[in-house]
Design a protein around this ligand. Structure first.
Ligand code: FPP
Length: 258
């Protein structure tokens, strides 16, 4: 059975989805997707609702995309959920988001775990409440052997801060004599990043019409294909993911060569 036929057994496709789905070469699906979920606030505002309503609906999109990724040949999906810059938002929005991280994790942990999803956090959780740290640590521990898909949540994450953290760690090792300066290589840096155990993302998706990287996986996205869509994150569904994968496959990745 081909991979496409196998996926068809698991994923129910409507006519529009099928049209895009059947054009994809499933043998060459990106293994790691990085997603900047943008536009929750604008989506909510457009319907006369508070921004927080958009964040709540954004969780439904994460749910749909993780479920789909578990059924197609994607091994890692990384969501940018809270950047180190997001602390600048109003106290009430930050506090709502923290509550949402915690309540969504509690709501979905059993289901995700049963589906074979590994939950992993990238970012500096030490700045978050003890409760959140404990909940995510427990979820990571509980799901660490799950193999279907690894869902990474970037929480209090900054690409520059991660590179600075690794640089400091390497400098300390060199200073103490446990690491030879000639052993400092790109591979070593890659290995020490939060994402060290995963392949680099081949496809970086940003929703809601903004064409920026916003400090997201700066090192890891060096050779990623960037896909920008005007769709706001709460509206992002299976068809949009298929469209992004198809567009990815229609690009010619050269990695600096010809
Ligand atoms: C960007 O939209 C969205 C965020 C900064 C928050 C994303 C968080 C979630 C969807 C909840 C995630 C939950 C878990 C469990 C990880 P925006 O607020 O910047 O929208 P705007 O640009 O329209 O203002």
């Amino acid at each position: 059975m081909s991979i496409e036929e196998q996926i068809r057994l698991d994923v129910e496709l409507n006519e529009a989805e099928d049209k895009v789905f059947s054009q994809i070469d499933w043998e060459n699906c990106p293994k790691h997707l990085a997603i900047i979920m943008d536009g929750n606030g604008r989506w909510a505002k457009a319907q006369g609702k508070p921004r927080t309503f958009g964040h709540k609906k954004g969780v439904d999109s994460i749910h749909a995309i993780v479920e789909l990724c578990g059924k197609i040949p994607v091994d890692y999906v990384t969501f940018y959920a809270f950047s180190t810059e997001n602390w600048k938002r109003t106290e009430s929005e930050v506090s709502m988001l923290m509550g949402l991280f915690s309540s969504s994790l509690n709501k979905y942990i059993d289901e995700l775990s049963a589906q074979g999803v590994r939950i992993n956090v990238i970012g500096d959780l030490t700045k978050m409440s003890a409760k959140i740290q404990q909940e995510f640590a427990q979820a990571s521990e509980r799901t660490k052997d799950n193999k279907k898909i690894c869902m990474n949540l970037a929480l209090n994450y900054s690409g520059r801060a991660d590179i600075a953290r690794v640089t400091k760690e390497i400098a300390t090792e060199v200073q103490s004599g446990t690491l030879d300066v000639n052993s400092v290589t790109e591979e070593l840096i890659t290995e020490k990043l939060y994402t060290g155990f995963m392949p680099e993302p081949e496809l970086m998706i940003r929703t809601s019409g903004e064409n920026r990287l916003s400090n997201f996986m700066l090192w890891e996205n060096a050779y990623s294909e960037f896909y920008f869509t005007d769709v706001h994150w709460p509206d992002f569904r299976e068809i949009h993911l298929f469209e992004s994968i198809l567009e990815f496959q229609n690009r010619h990745r050269k990695f600096g060569g010809l």
